[in-house]
Ligand binder design. Structure first.
Ligand SMILES: *[C@@H]1O[C@H](CO)[C@@H](O)[C@H](O)[C@H]1NC(C)=O
Ligand SMILES: *[C@@H]1O[C@H](CO)[C@@H](O)[C@H](O)[C@H]1NC(C)=O
Length: 933
């Protein structure tokens, strides 16, 4: 929940009226042209790089290559370090050799020091150095003049660095304070006359470094950014021959497949609280993950640009060969007509630190990126259930009534949420004494029903000498400072607020300690947390965020750390929830702002969307983009945050949301109530059915999250991840996979009578999960739909464990029996997995879990352990086995490990080819075989 209010002078206007026209006020946010470093970086046009690598100075040690890069324009030099890393990765660092002061290197994002491989020189001539990059058959060519890097896999050129000559590194320097020089702006290059570009470049090369407006201070609207360090930006280009599809770099409200940015603004990565964000554009949003993926039928690549400053990414589509491939042309297949994507990264400060992930498969990329930044934390089981939120549930009675409504109408749900109004005057960690006088009683009431609550804790702290949290942070001197050294103050929900410096480990430690039950009064073990506004949002700040010259721990500017702030807030909160339980219980923390590595701390939602069909539609590519960069626990506000959804949209949104990882309904303060029972019995029945579908699949979701934790596999996946050579899936936004077993195509169109469905996979079959209708793939077909329809297909060859008994909460289902849904492929085979533990503690790390495998082949279903180190006792047994796409057997027998054999009852439905095996009755932990004859 968040609304950036317009400002009148210094006062925030907290109007709560409905805003009729929903469009972002673009003028609040910078374009590249209004960002002086972006403008300076972008002014440099492709051409021959002015840098040369002094190969004579190259130093090769066992794990890295060091070479000086010399800028022929100004003789300044940089140090290039290249590392080959275990698992098909290469790291490239470029920094000044002796900067005037240290430049920021992003801490706390990598989970460890990546393991280097042995580099060896395998060839050399006057202008080239050839290295082998460890064990994997990849080679690196370093070209001296002009400087470029090329990575080869066998004879294939995979990726080139600086081949378009866009390396641009602004050295820290002393300010030259003369007015005349300030006016001496270099001429714009003339795109229509390439020869003139060249001569301009030479001209430029003779000029001394000149200061220009925007370098030492920059004004945007009413805000001036004093830039005591002057220009400090870095930029570099990457060419990807043979690639036409690139993905990732969330967060943007855009399609999954990234667009080219020629003639428009680059994609921007700068965590911002964008009021009423617009769809289908490259503007920045709440979070940033600087990982880009490229995919073609042969391979997948990743470029991870580890920089937390404001960053812009240009994407252009070219033909390889026209762009100065030089001697690399011999490595290009088909001469000069290979399509190519060029990617250019530009960041305001810091160093160049980039990881090239070489795949070759999508799952290799996920593993590689996970080895750098970690994997998705395993959510507590309840958090995969349904969450009911609104700004706000007004008081304890309101909470009681809404909670009772779910029971009265027989709707499962797990968590009720409280927004900012629950706290005493937006003083987080407190409760409004009139509306929430007895929070523990309220929480106990929920606990009796085995339900939870989430309350918001934002990182802006009300400046109020009567507020303990404020006093303690101030007393410890842990607030972010202004450039002049006083505590930074901004306007946010509480009015005047200060911002804890979460980059400081002392601050995080203190914050974490605040979640202990004695410090956070009224809290209990079924209370969890939500961090909003952590971009950070500053209503009266530039672009509704913090001044870039504000100062953090270690003397770093906010400019350097901006995109990391939200990650640190969520991290400190997560650590607090773990600590309050003595390290035993898994936390649940939702965040709006995020960065690379945020997956380790919990869930993310797509912020303040709107009750519009296009917002429903875009929730799919927005979560897919997050999934591709390691953040699996993603969802969008069901129903839309702003505005009031028509009933049809609300119902469709429930249907779509039930098949997205984080499933929460939320609504703006000014919107009419929209709990599921307020829309008529028919619609409530549809919503009830949706919620039940979600709950039956919880074991499947949980297993997918275990795979996300253990293997870095995304829970929700673009089709191309599962079908990497099927080009028709490369830009598909309307349907996606859950794991490798379910294909989901939610209805996201108003008044839909039918939808187009594409089922991929040569020689594969799919089954409608509701009707068991069988489809041979690949095929596209028109599926007629009603208001009840959620088109979901189980892939032939998969086995999905479900719990089919409807209950009030996920916790109530814990000991319920399972049904196995076995969907046969054309070979009559299927396979599936199930992960199981207590659902809430870290005991799984002490081997208290079950990881089961089910394998159906040649008429036999066998259950065995995929990880015998795991042991977990559960009363859950198998009550049913549904075999889809089968012929009628004459008998079915069950044999257990010990050798006992018994025959099982079954039914066969001729019309659907489905066998339903009754009551195998075996415990889910036991090994068994069910044989069909
Ligand atoms: C590295 O790449 C090679 C081929 O390019 C591939 O066979 C291998 O599986 C990859 N290894 C990893 C760990 O990704
Ligand atoms: C499934 O079982 C069959 C027959 O026992 C075996 O050949 C096959 O390798 C198994 N498949 C998997 C994925 O374990």
């Amino acid at each position: 929940m968040a609304v950036a209010r317009r400002l009148l002078g210094a006062a925030v206007v907290f109007t709560v009226c409905l805003i009729p026209a929903l469009t972002v006020d673009r003028s609040n946010f910078k374009t590249c042209d209004q960002s002086s470093f972006c403008q300076r970086q972008r002014r440099l046009q492709p051409g021959l790089s002015s840098y040369r690598a002094a190969l004579g100075s190259a130093k090769l040690s066992s794990d890295k290559l060091e070479v000086q890069l010399i800028d022929d324009k100004n003789q300044a030099s940089l140090l290039l370090e290249v590392y080959g890393l275990v698992g098909n990765m290469t790291r490239i660092k470029i920094n000044e050799i002796n900067p005037l002061k240290p430049r920021y290197e992003v801490p706390d994002v990598l989970v460890g020091t990546p393991l280097p491989t042995n580099l060896q020189v395998t060839g050399q001539d006057d202008n080239t150095l050839e290295l082998s990059l460890g064990e994997t058959g990849h080679k690196l060519l370093v070209t001296g003049t002009p400087f470029r890097l090329d990575i080869l896999s066998g004879q294939d050129l995979v990726l080139s660095v600086n081949s378009r000559g866009l390396l641009h590194f602004e050295h820290l320097r002393e300010r030259k304070d003369t007015d005349t020089e300030k006016k001496d702006v270099p001429a714009e290059t003339d795109e229509e006359n390439p020869e003139e570009v060249e001569s301009d470049k030479e001209e430029e090369s003779k000029k001394p470094e000149v200061d220009e407006p925007g370098m030492w201070d920059e004004t945007f609207k009413t805000h001036t950014d004093s830039k005591p360090n002057g220009p400090s930006s870095v930029g570099l280009d990457f060419s990807l021959p043979g690639f036409e599809n690139v993905y990732g770099i969330p967060e943007h409200a855009d399609n999954m497949k990234l667009r080219t940015t020629e003639g428009t603004d680059p994609y921007r990565l700068y965590n911002l609280d964008v009021f009423q964000y617009e769809l289908y554009n490259t503007m920045a949003l709440y979070g940033s993950v600087p990982l880009l993926l490229a995919h073609n039928v042969k391979r997948t690549l990743g470029i991870f640009w580890l920089n937390a400053a404001e960053t812009w990414v240009d994407i252009s589509s070219n033909i390889a060969g026209k762009t100065l491939f030089g001697k690399m042309l011999q490595y290009m297949q088909g001469g000069g007509e290979t399509p190519q994507t060029d990617v250019r990264w530009m960041s305001e400060s810091g160093i160049i630190d980039v990881f090239l992930l070489l795949g070759p498969s999508p799952f290799d990329i996920f593993k590689q990126y996970a080895s750098l930044t970690g994997t998705q934390a395993l959510p507590p089981y309840f958090s995969l259930g349904y969450h009911q939120c609104r700004w706000n549930y007004n008081d304890e009675e309101d909470v009681r009534n809404v909670d009772a409504g779910f029971d009265e109408y027989d709707l499962p749900y797990d968590v009720i949420w409280l927004d900012i109004e629950h706290a005493d005057g937006k003083r987080y960690f407190t409760w409004d004494p009139h509306k929430f006088p007895n929070p523990r009683d309220m929480l106990s009431g929920l606990k009796e029903k085995r339900r939870k609550m989430v309350a918001i804790v934002d990182p802006h702290i009300k400046i109020d000498s009567g507020y303990r949290v404020h006093n303690e942070i101030r007393a410890q001197n842990l607030y972010i400072k202004t450039k002049d050294g006083s505590d930074y103050e901004g306007w946010c929900w509480p009015g005047s607020a200060a911002y804890p410096d979460f980059t400081n480990p002392e601050m995080r430690k203190w914050w974490a300690s605040m979640f202990s039950y004695d410090k956070y009064e009224g809290s209990m073990d079924n209370l969890f947390v939500w961090n909003d506004m952590n971009e950070p949002s500053v209503f009266n700040g530039p672009e509704v965020t913090m001044h870039k010259d504000a100062l953090h721990w270690g003397g770093w500017e906010h400019r350097d750390v901006h995109n990391l702030y939200g990650l640190y807030v969520q991290r400190a909160t997560t650590e607090g929830l773990i600590q309050r339980s003595g390290g035993k219980e898994r936390p649940f923390v939702l965040t709006r702002a995020f960065f690379a590595g945020s997956q380790r701390y919990g869930a993310v939602w797509t912020g303040d969307n709107a009750a519009e069909w296009d917002h429903l539609k875009i929730s799919i590519p927005m979560c897919l983009s997050l999934s591709l960069v390691g953040i699996s626990f993603c969802g969008a506000d069901v129903g839309g945050f702003f505005k009031s959804p028509e009933t049809e949209l609300l119902v469709r949104w429930y249907q779509a949301g039930a098949y997205q990882p984080f499933f929460r309904a939320h609504a703006h303060l000014d919107t009419p109530r929209r709990e599921p029972w307020l829309h008529g019995d028919d619609n409530m029945a549809v919503i009830r059915d949706v919620l039940r579908q979600r709950y039956t699949l919880l074991p499947f979701w949980y297993t997918l999250f275990y795979k996300a934790l253990s293997e870095g596999e995304p829970v929700m996946r673009p089709l191309w991840v599962e079908f990497p050579s099927d080009v028709s899936t490369f830009a598909m936004d309307s349907q996606y996979m859950l794991g490798s077993a379910l294909l989901v195509r939610p209805v996201t169109e108003a008044k839909a009578r039918g939808v187009q469905v594409y089922l991929p996979g040569d020689g594969e079959v799919w089954y409608d999960v509701h009707s068991y209708q069988r489809y041979e793939a690949p095929q596209t077909f028109y599926l007629p739909v009603t208001m009840n329809s959620i088109p979901v297909y189980q892939r032939g060859g998969s086995i999905i464990p479900r719990k089919d008994r409807p209950r009030r909460t996920s916790d109530c289902m814990q000991d319920d029996p399972f049904t196995l849904y076995v969907a046969l492929n054309l070979q009559g085979e299927a396979r599936g997995e199930l992960f199981l533990d207590d659902g809430h503690s870290f005991n799984y790390e002490q081997n208290e879990f079950l990881f089961r495998e089910f394998n159906y082949s040649q008429g036999k279903l066998t259950a065995s352990s995929l990880d015998p180190s795991g042991v977990f006792k559960t009363p859950s047994w198998i009550e049913r086995i549904v075999i889809i796409g089968a012929t009628k057997p004459s008998s079915i027998t069950l044999s257990l490990q010990g050798g006992s054999e018994s025959s099982l009852e079954f039914e066969y439905d001729q019309s659907t080819s489905v066998i339903t095996v009754r009551k195998p009755g075996v415990n889910i932990a036991s090994d068994f075989t069910v044989s069909l004859r």
